[in-house]
Each structure stands twice: as structure tokens, then as C-alpha cells.
Design a protein around this ligand. Structure first.
Ligand code: FE2
Length: 428
């Protein structure tokens, strides 16, 4: 007897017409033709059943603030940071919580149940940290929310940056952040990483650094991050977010760098929506794309994930809480259009970020928490192409969101790619 059975679902690995039995909030059986009773049955009818989406890089304290106090006219990263600096003194806990909860409602409806958010600790009032800790508690029934202490204005460069970051960690933020390319000098950037990795090692916390979000090929802080990771023995617990300067680096140098990153088991987080919007802004033509080297990093065995980064804030006027939109952009920017590539990028919004975030009971296996999405698509490649309706979203086996199927959707779901069940696929 199960609480719920999802019947005839297609799984991301290509298995078709599989039944999932759910008991006490967890997956208790995965097999074809499951003969058992259940309190409720969801008929998937050959549609994709995926583990819930994971966003390993977001800014929950800035989300849905678009237009406050004004728009970003140049559209650049630096004007975004300046604009956020204008907004920050006016932030209140109530307004931060209200916007974040609105975003979380959107996220749940998109099947996004795991989010790692950076929280700006530059303002010593730390109203951002207070508010996001409240949000973390309030959304717990629906969303696993991890919070990074993020010195947006620089660990050394902000007036009380060092102390504020440690105070935010004392308040209960989960992860140590940093932004070495925004410190005053390359050397201060390097020293900030030394300090931040030491703090993380002493406190037993993970590290997630906004690292080299720059078109400057000489922005090489990732090299220091990898070295400090090894020095402190925290391999696998460190993430490098953005890494856009790798796009512009010399190939010879990258041939040395990627093995260093692999040795340190740095988790890579690329943010394709924001990178394609913000990078290359000083170029005329040709304009660089600016996204890090996703296929090459995957091929080297690194754990590569995709993040949304922003949704309607000083840096990005778009966004919809949809991780399929993020992967859709990555397919184009990284030119990863094969079936195998698309499956790798689907992993980059599900299992890979779950690994980065250290979620141990994640996935489609017996014993995993039943955090699942039934999509109006037959398989992974169709889901990425159509960004379809999330028909059912389940949190610990309970339906937390339902969306009606889109009329006319099946008429355009031609499925030519389903001829090949992805035999060239191997997990990244
Ligand atoms: Fe970010």
C-alpha cells in the first residue's frame, strides 16, 4: 500500500512507462507495472517525471525589485551593483520577506524546490540576512533554501565587510561567499580568498564564490580558489560561480587551469541568462558571449551546474523562476544541441546542483525524498525545447502545485528526437 503512485512516467535517464510508489514522503518503489494499492494515483501517461529542479545560484534578497529606485540604464554589472547600493539603505525586513515569498510561490509552481541564494552582507544592518533567515524558515515545507554570506561590495573593499560577513555567519547563514574580482586589487582579491577559505575551514562550512565575473582574461582568481581548496583540504565543498573570464582566457593557460580545478573538485556554477546579458559589454563587434567553458569543464569531469542568478532585479529585467529557461539558454550559448548535450544540461539543473548543494536524499531512487515534477513533455529534450507546463509538483510526496495542460501543446510536440533514445549519453 502506497500513499501515492505516479503511473507510467518517463524518467530523465530514458526509462519509459515506469511507476513510482511513494510512502511517508519518500520514493518506496520504482518499477514497471507496480501492482499495489494507493491512496492517490497520478496518471503521467508517458510524460516526464523528474526530480524537482535545483537552482544553485540566486539572489533572493534582490529579486522582484526591478525599477527600485530606478532602472539600470547601461545594463551593465557595475551599474547593477551601483543601483543595488542605492536601494540597499531603504530595504526593510518586511519588504524583503514579501518579495522573496512571492518569488518562492513562483518557484514552487515551476517545480523549483531547491535554491541556494547569496545574501548581501555589505550593509552592517544585516537586514538582508535577518529577512532571508525568516524566509528560509517560512518556506521550509516547500523549498530547501541555502543562504550564502555574500560581501557584494567586497570583503576588504566594503567599510565593515570582514566583520559583517562573520556576523552574518554567526546569525546562521550556511555558506561563505566572496567576490575577489570586485576587491580593489588583484592581490586583495587573492587575499580575500585565502581569508574566506580559512573561515570556511574553521567553521566547517561550504564556500561559494562569485569568481571572475569579468571579461578580463587576466582575472584568474579561480586558480587561487582551487589552490586554497586543496590547501585547506575542503575538496568538493567549494563552488566557483560565474567563471566568465575563462571564456576570454588563453587556451594554453586554460589547459593548465582545468586540471587544477579538477584536482580541487571545484563545483562549477554557470549562469547563462545573466552572463549572456552582462558580459561582452565593452566589446563592439564581434561581441564575446562570456559564458564559462561548460562543455570543456564537463568533459574534464567537473561537476557543472547552471544557476538562474537573477529574476527582475537591478542586474536582470527578465526571469521566471524556470530552470528549463536557464538550460535552454545554455544550450544556445554553449552550442550544446545534441541529444547527449541536452541530457547533460538537464543534469546541470537537477542532479549536479543537488550534489553541489549537498542534498543527499535527492533523486529518483528508492529512499529519496519524493520531491518530483510531472511535466507536459515526453522526455528531457522535449522539456528543454518546450519549457512545458509543470502538471504536478510534489514535495515529500504531497502535491504542492498543479498546472493545467497547455491546449495545443501536443500539436507542436513533434518528437523527432525520440527516435534515438540517447544511446550516446553518459552522465557527466
Ligand atoms: Fe550572482
Amino acid at each position: 500500500m502506497f500513499d501515492t503512485i505516479i503511473r507510467n512516467g518517463n524518467l530523465p535517464d530514458g526509462r519509459e512507462r515506469i511507476d513510482l510508489g511513494i510512502r511517508d514522503g519518500r520514493i518506496a518503489a520504482i518499477e514497471r507495472g507496480l501492482e499495489a494499492e494507493a491512496g492517490a494515483v497520478i496518471e503521467a501517461e508517458g510524460r516526464l517525471v523528474s526530480p524537482a529542479f535545483c537552482d544553485p545560484h540566486f539572489h533572493m534578497d534582490a529579486t522582484l525589485s526591478l525599477g527600485l529606485p530606478r532602472m539600470n540604464v547601461s545594463g551593465t554589472l557595475l551599474e547593477g551593483i551601483a543601483l543595488w547600493g542605492e536601494l540597499r539603505p531603504t530595504l526593510t525586513r518586511e519588504a524583503l520577506v514579501e518579495r522573496a515569498l512571492r518569488y518562492c510561490d513562483l518557484a514552487v509552481s515551476q517545480g523549483l524546490l531547491y535554491i541556494r541564494s547569496h545574501v548581501d552582507t555589505s550593509d552592517p544592518r544585516l537586514v538582508t540576512a535577518e529577512a532571508m533567515i525568516e524566509v528560509r524558515e517560512r518556506v521550509k515545507p516547500y523549498i530547501d533554501l541555502q543562504l550564502v554570506a555574500f560581501p557584494q561590495d567586497g570583503y576588504f573593499r566594503a567599510p565593515e565587510g570582514e566583520r559583517s560577513l562573520e556576523r552574518a555567519l554567526d546569525m546562521g547563514l550556511d555558506i561563505v561567499g566572496g567576490i575577489p574580482h570586485f576587491e580593489r586589487t588583484m592581490d586583495e582579491g587573492r587575499r580575500s580568498l585565502e581569508a574566506l577559505c580559512r573561515i570556511a575551514a574553521e567553521r566547517g562550512l561550504p564556500v561559494d564564490i562569485h569568481c571572475d565575473e569579468s571579461d578580463d582574461p587576466m582575472s584568474r582568481h579561480i586558480e587561487t580558489l582551487a589552490a586554497e581548496t586543496v590547501r585547506h583540504g575542503v575538496q568538493g565543498r567549494v563552488a566557483g560561480s560565474h567563471l566568465t573570464s575563462m571564456h576570454s582566457m588563453d587556451d594554453y593557460y586554460v589547459s593548465k587551469l582545468i586540471p587544477l580545478m579538477a584536482e580541487a573538485r571545484v563545483n562549477v556554477i554557470s549562469n547563462p541568462l545573466i552572463n549572456i546579458m552582462l558580459q561582452g559589454r565593452h566589446d563592439t563587434y564581434p561581441k564575446r558571449r562570456g559564458m564559462t567553458r561548460v562543455p570543456e569543464l564537463m568533459a574534464a569531469g567537473l561537476n557543472v551546474s547552471l544557476g538562474q542568478d537573477c529574476c527582475m532585479d537591478p542586474w536582470y529585467s527578465m526571469g521566471s523562476g524556470d530552470m528549463l529557461e536557464v538550460a535552454h539558454m545554455a544550450i544556445h550559448v554553449a552550442q550544446m544541441g545534441s541529444i547527449a548535450d541536452k541530457r547533460r544540461l538537464f543534469d546541470a539543473i537537477t542532479v549536479n546542483p543537488a550534489r553541489t548543494m549537498g542534498i543527499e536524499d535527492y533523486g529518483l531512487a528508492v529512499g529519496c525524498r519524493a520531491d518530483l515534477v510531472v511535466l507536459q513533455a515526453g522526455d528531457v529534450t522535449e522539456a528543454l525545447r518546450l519549457k512545458p507546463a509543470r502538471l504536478f509538483v510534489l514535495r515529500a510526496g504531497r502535491i504542492v502545485s498543479r498546472t493545467e495542460p497547455r491546449i495545443g501543446h501536443l500539436a507542436i510536440a513533434g518528437r523527432p528526437e525520440r527516435i534515438d533514445p540517447g544511446r550516446d549519453y553518459r552522465p557527466a
